[in-house]
Design a binder for this molecule. Structure first.
Ligand SMILES: Nc1ncnc2c1ncn2[C@@H]1O[C@H](COP(=O)(O)OP(=O)(O)OP(=O)(O)O)[C@@H](O)[C@H]1O
Ligand SMILES: [Mg+2]
Length: 466
């Protein structure tokens, strides 16, 4: 616990290297309660690292610890997944199962989730490589900018570098370049324009699903192939220095990043560390043996099954096995139950965790404790106008109470209600700032009651606004 307290914004350690307790600690920074779900997710993730340490003969037998999260609306199911995704290292994709049942679903490709996961991994690995190479790329770009502004002295007799005393022309030039270099670094030339060549190559690439012909051959180089399909013509454009710098850094990075290496690493990371979060899974569960939309629901489950069980999926970067991808499903299961899923699919999600409804006290904590809690967000908005926003403890309590009552009287939308109550509460303040100059606004219970009175007391208004 202690080491999560002292967390600084350094790069997070690789997710799977964290012991479960530490993963839970990371999630605790953003999500209140729901410890069963946090623990299950933490175990599932650490199990993948454990699997990789296991002897090879058993490694392939250890299947992922797939999870179904069950719980009412707005209690943190998606939030757990969203925060998990922010922790470093593992490619993460969130899909809504219901999108596969949309009108027009004619065997709409459920496998596309795996292709999207690989896309995420490619971007992730490429960005990491680029970050590593950034300082070098920037240096090269800076040198090219300098050349564009003032070409170096032509090589040849007379241009002898250090010994340029005999050549006043070259010496002057060197001096001018040095001065220019300094100004360039300090941003003094940012208004100047230079002409750069734009190469139209750009990731992400055109849409296609099949890996290229011959991509399974041992001699095939994905990197070269990618280079090959990129249009070759270049365009000249006159741009300001900061834009030119960006363009040149980009180009240097593209030249330096080894795409074969990126593709290999991304495929490996997707296979062994990828996480697919299938949200709204309850929407594809339903009474069987009925006609109508349920056929397509069950159809989606049937399409999902081989992916979760382990199969080979073709992506634009090559084939990947899905056996060890971790699947986390979530659903409110108001109407259907997990047992309404086809049995084979249920069997592939051995872990069930329930998320509990949130209490009024949870609301108070949600509003104040997480690093990006709502009260902190509004304080930051108000601070931008030079004013200060303060919430007293009883003020926060009152907001929680209003939200809780609204959930009780109307539809229970969980913590989402806090967003609607807070935005109603803050509307007038946010509209009026910065009028009245810099000041301190204190929201205590009385102020909250006063501001929300007209809405809370009017049934119709409440229904629309809160
Ligand atoms: N336990 C919690 N801790 C902190 N914030 C929470 C918590 N639960 C919900 N919230 C807040 O409420 C919002 C909605 O929660 P979330 O998206 O996780 O709902 P959900 O459980 O996925 O519901 P649904 O079934 O409707 O998709 C989140 O964006 C977050 O701001
Ligand atoms: Mg959700």
């Amino acid at each position: 616990m202690a080491d999560t307290e002292s967390k600084t914004p350094d790069p997070l350690p690789w997710l799977e290297e964290m012991p479960p307790r530490q993963i839970v600690g990371e999630l605790d920074r953003y999500i209140v309660g729901q410890s069963a779900a946090k623990r299950a997710v933490a175990i599932a993730i650490r199990n993948r690292w454990r699997r990789m340490q296991a002897p090879e003969n058993i490694r392939d037998e250890i299947t992922p610890y797939n999870i179904i999260m069950i719980g009412p609306t707005g209690v943190g199911k998606t939030e757990v997944a969203r925060r998990l995704a922010r922790l470093a290292g593992a490619p993460f994709l969130k899909v809504e199962a219901s999108k596969f049942t949309e009108v027009g679903y004619v065997g709409r490709d459920v496998e596309s989730m795996i292709r999207e996961l690989v896309d995420v991994a490619i971007t992730m690995v490429r960005t990491e490589r680029e970050d590593d190479l950034w300082p070098q790329a920037e240096e090269k770009a800076e040198a090219r900018l300098l050349d564009l502004l003032l070409p170096a002295a032509p090589a040849g007799p007379g241009a002898k570098g250090q010994g340029s005393e005999e050549d006043p022309e070259a010496a002057r030039r060197e001096k001018a370049r040095a001065k220019l270099q300094k100004d360039l670094k300090e941003g003094k030339l940012d208004d100047r324009e230079v002409e750069v060549e734009l190469s139209p190559q750009n990731f992400p690439m055109p849409e296609w699903n099949q890996p290229p012909e011959g991509s399974q051959d041992p001699g095939f180089s994905m990197g070269e192939w990618l280079q090959g399909i990129i249009p070759k013509q270049k365009k000249r454009r006159t741009v300001k220095i900061p834009d030119a710098r960006r363009i040149l850094v980009d180009e240097e990075l593209r030249r330096m990043v080894d795409m074969d290496d990126v593709v290999n690493e991304a495929l490996d990371r997707s296979e062994n560390h990828g996480i697919v979060f299938v949200d709204e899974i309850d929407k594809i569960a339903g009474e069987r043996s009925t006609t109508g939309p349920d056929i397509s629901r069950e159809g989606v489950q049937r399409d999902l099954l081989p992916i979760v069980e382990g199969s080979t999926v073709q992506t634009r970067y090559g084939y990947i096995r899905t056996d060890h991808i971790l699947f986390i499903a979530a659903g409110a299961f108001h109407v259907s139950k997990p047992s309404d899923l086809i049995p084979e699919l249920q069997g592939r999600f051995p872990i069930r965790v329930e998320l509990t409804p949130l209490t009024e006290e949870d609301f108070v904590r949600i509003m104040t404790e997480p690093e990006s809690a709502l009260t902190k967000q509004y304080q930051a908005l108000v601070a931008a106008e030079g004013s200060t926003l303060e919430f007293t403890a009883d003020g926060v309590k009152e907001i929680a109470r209003v939200a809780f009552v609204a959930n009780d009287k109307m539809e229970n939308i969980g913590a989402r209600r806090l967003h609607t109550v807070m935005s109603t509460l803050m509307e007038e303040i946010l509209f009026e700032l910065p009028e009245g100059g810099k000041r301190t606004i204190t929201l205590d219970a009385a102020a909250v009651t006063e501001k929300l009175k007209s809405v809370v007391e009017n049934d119709d208004l409440r229904r629309y606004i809160l």
